[in-house]
Design a protein around this ligand. Sequence first.
Ligand code: SF4
Length: 226
Amino acid sequence: MLILSEKDREAFRERFKDATVDAMSFTRKYAWCDLGECHGTCCSGGVWTEPEELKIMQANDAYYREKLPTVGVKVFPDVPLLDTSESMDRFTGGTNKRPFDYSDKPNYPKDWDHTTCTFRRDDGACGLQLLAVAEGKPAWHYKPFYCYLFPIDIVENEGKLVIEITDSADDAFSAATMCGRTRENGKPGYEIFAREIAALSEILNRDIMAEIKAGIAANDRLLSAV
Ligand code: SF4
């Protein structure tokens, strides 16, 4: 879990308090991420951050600069983070990206740019996660919210926030990632992503798994009444 203060957590809770859960999106079937297969494809464009996260990451710049080489992040640009607070509402920035050649990665989409998040190691592993583990901290200690949640997302739909797993049948980005792609022989998303659901529940102070199960049960009742 990113190092958020209690005040930051309250801001997250307030921001997402009315977000509804698309329970049925969690019944689609998925498989666990396999870094050897995907090489961190989801990190190719960097990640958006919530305002509180951007501030923390900006304040940590010197620390990341000193420590990331110790976990194998060799290239760290002058501007690892982008601040777009002038032009965006909810997302005030994110991680920057740098050129990276995926030509030898057969699963990388042919029409995507060859770039990668500044925090990604060349083998696809997240430098922020590696740093946390090396320091004996929880794996997601430094990792941005939308990175550790992926492929769970909080999207805006007709002005309302929805917690969902985006359907890879409708979304090229999800379809290109190993964990965001639906699998005929996979397991339901609420099982595969139980850890991510628990992290989201903890940060929002809600039982998201219970909300998912209640939504699925309500849908079943609806179907059996037809
Ligand atoms: S912060 Fe880590 S997980 Fe997130 S996009 Fe960058 S390398 Fe990937």
